[in-house]
Design a protein around this ligand. Structure first.
Ligand code: GAP
Length: 489
């Protein structure tokens, strides 16, 4: 593959062609930064979710999972700081009074340049915009608009105000409203799942009789009206998060932060993706609620970028909810503090958060798995695209392929299907040559294919083909279930 940008485009096309990811409402030309998962994508995504969920809840006795609603009381977002601080820049045209998102305005101009075949200029403009946005450099962005003579579509002038902030939360009205401007009925689509955990902290602690330190995990949708949204499922406006808030004693946050930092990297590496594809990025500029924070970055085809965040969130969120709700968010710790010889007593716990984007994890897994291989020999040109997915994440674990549609071979294949189907996802196919069927399964990331042939009728053995090595071996049918189960557990 010539370069990473081509590789990224090839992965996007592959996702569409093989039923992993489609643009949302594609028949209406799609909706920017919103995607649908197809029949293969939904399976892969679910397997990633299960892998995270089980490793958090099943493998940690002190972590439980919840599933909170997307809609939350609007005061939640006042307390969390999102109403006041979760912003992106916008600009007004003084003549038409029309307001633009700065990124939309510049992107619109770039589209126009592209239509005029000035692609390089358009790309340079977008790259400069991304850099300035990352630095929150509003003066630089305004200068970029002026230098490129970007005008308002209505007034046609370049008479712009200074750039101001725009909130990233989507809002809608709740219940039957008289007017859409009615602030009382305004609710937000949650921009992070974390707040659903914070507001349930005491519910879970009391009903689950949880003792600090303990964690609450959650997987769910989050929504952000993102300003830069041109990177496939890397940055979406509707996405899913897998978050865990770990409640700890004040003063122990450094130790637990280091613990979760290491633990999360180990989880990533347990998938067999090489260690050099990951790195930490420690935050220098900390959010107002954090006393330490880092990202686990992954080397995507678009470079090293944030995959997961680990944040030491202090007691900020619970304190804020206590203040806004007027309900105590305290925990009574009756363990003995060795320093005083008395129980630790009442306190608002501190929190270490681990937060990973499910869609980003999907992109990390599929982009690492994607391989184009030249299999040509001296006499024959050949190639394949293979998804070297970890077997436990693969959408289909076993493909069952009768060599022909007759002679009783489909019946034996159906017997294998019945035996394996209750244990893992299998796929039956009898159309096309065996070679073509293998290639299709490679492209879907299926780790095992078995071929039922005439020898099977005599000795009850089949050929099992291993996706990555393409090696084939003869095994008894009654061994198949064990072989596949061993590799996915
Ligand atoms: N509760 C903390 C929080 O939401 P964040 O760094 O804003 O922190 C956490 O988001 C993770 O969610 C990121 O590391 C990323 O994987 C994912 N994420 C954030 N915005 C996203 C978007 N627009 N599209 C896809 N994933 C996103």
């Amino acid at each position: 593959m010539a370069n990473d940008s081509n590789r990224f485009q090839a992965i996007i096309s592959h996702c569409k062609e093989y039923g992993f990811i489609f643009p949302s409402s594609e028949i209406y030309d799609g909706l920017q930064a919103v995607y649908d998962y197809g029949q293969m994508g939904a399976e892969l995504k679910k397997n990633i979710k299960d892998y995270w969920w089980n490793s958090m809840t099943q493998l940690h006795d002190n972590i439980v999972g919840i599933d909170a609603a997307i809609f939350m009381h609007p005061t939640t977002w006042k307390a969390s700081g999102h109403v006041d601080n979760f912003n992106d820049p916008m600009i007004d045209n003084k003549d038409s009074k029309k307001r633009y998102r700065v990124d939309h305005l510049i992107e619109g101009h770039a589209e126009m340049l592209k239509a005029e075949s000035q692609t390089q200029k358009a790309d340079e403009l977008l790259a400069s915009m991304d850099l300035l946005l990352a630095k929150d450099d509003f003066e630089g962005l305004k200068k970029l608009i002026e230098d490129n003579k970007i005008s308002c579509a209505i007034s046609g002038t370049c008479n712009w105000t200074d750039i101001r902030q725009f909130n990233l939360m989507f809002s809608t009205e709740f219940g039957s409203t008289v007017s859409s401007d009615d602030e009382d009925n305004k609710v937000y689509l949650r921009p992070e799942t974390a707040q659903g955990i914070f507001v349930n902290f005491l519910n879970v602690q009391k009903t689950g009789r949880m003792k600090v330190p303990f964690g609450i995990a959650q997987i769910g949708k989050a929504f952000r009206n993102e300003i830069v949204a041109r990177q496939f499922i890397f940055r979406m406006r509707e996405f899913e998060q897998m978050e865990m808030q770990f409640f700890i004693r004040p003063g122990s946050q450094k130790e637990w932060y280091e613990f979760w930092k290491a633990e999360r990297l180990k989880w990533h590496q347990s998938l067999g993706i090489p260690a050099e594809k990951y790195r930490y990025h420690d935050h220098v500029k900390l959010a107002h609620y954090a006393d330490a924070a880092c990202d686990i970055e992954f080397e995507f085809p678009i470079g090293f970028k944030e995959l997961e965040g680990i944040h030491s969130r202090t007691d900020f969120d619970l304190k804020q909810h206590q203040e806004y709700s007027k309900k105590k968010q305290q925990y009574f710790d009756n363990d003995i503090d060795p320093a005083t010889g008395k129980p630790y007593g009442n306190y608002i716990p501190y929190v270490i958060e681990t937060s990973i984007g499910l869609d980003r994890m999907f992109l990390a897994v599929i982009s690492h798995a994607y391989e184009e291989q030249d299999l040509s020999t001296a006499d024959k040109q050949d190639s394949r695209v293979v998804l070297k997915l970890p077997a436990k994440l693969a959408p289909i674990k076993l493909a069952v392929l009768p060599l022909t549609k007759k002679d009783g071979l489909p019946e034996v294949a159906e017997r294998i299907m019945s035996d394996c189907r209750p244990h893992f996802r299998c796929f039956y196919e009898e159309k096309d040559s065996i070679g073509k069927r293998y290639r299709r399964m490679d492209a879907l990331g299926t780790p095992y294919c078995v071929t039922v042939d005439h020898q099977t009728l005599q000795d009850d053995t089949v050929t099992i083909r291993h996706r990555d090595s393409m090696q084939q071996e003869r095994v008894p049918i009654n061994e198949l279930r064990r072989i596949v189960l061993e590799s996915i557990n």
